[in-house]
Design a binder for this molecule. Sequence first.
Ligand SMILES: [Zn+2]
Length: 118
Amino acid sequence: MADFKEFGDKACSFAKNMADKANDAVEVQKLKAKIRDCRNEIDDIYSSIGASIYNRYKEDDTVDAEYLDPCGSIDEKYEEIAELNDKIDIIKGCMRCPNCQAPVNTGDAFCSKCGRPL
Ligand SMILES: [Zn+2]
């Protein structure tokens, strides 16, 4: 009888242990989610620091020399985005003025920006 009780106690302790482990796993997941949130917030702050340096570069070029190359790379990426947007415009059938590249509507007789006949 003592053996049976001991087995019961062990089974009970095993089940409690499993429940604890499941709770621990949930708790760890919650903590990891909070860590992810903190990392995302840090990335946002890094991003805003970078944006303020880039804005200074665009306004008056008074950034430290070490930032000139990365800021130039951002300029190149913005140019690439503009070219990609142009390709999307072409696919969607939007027209551009051949003189000034302003977007014009199909059927317009003149460019509304530079006045060139279309
Ligand atoms: Zn034009």
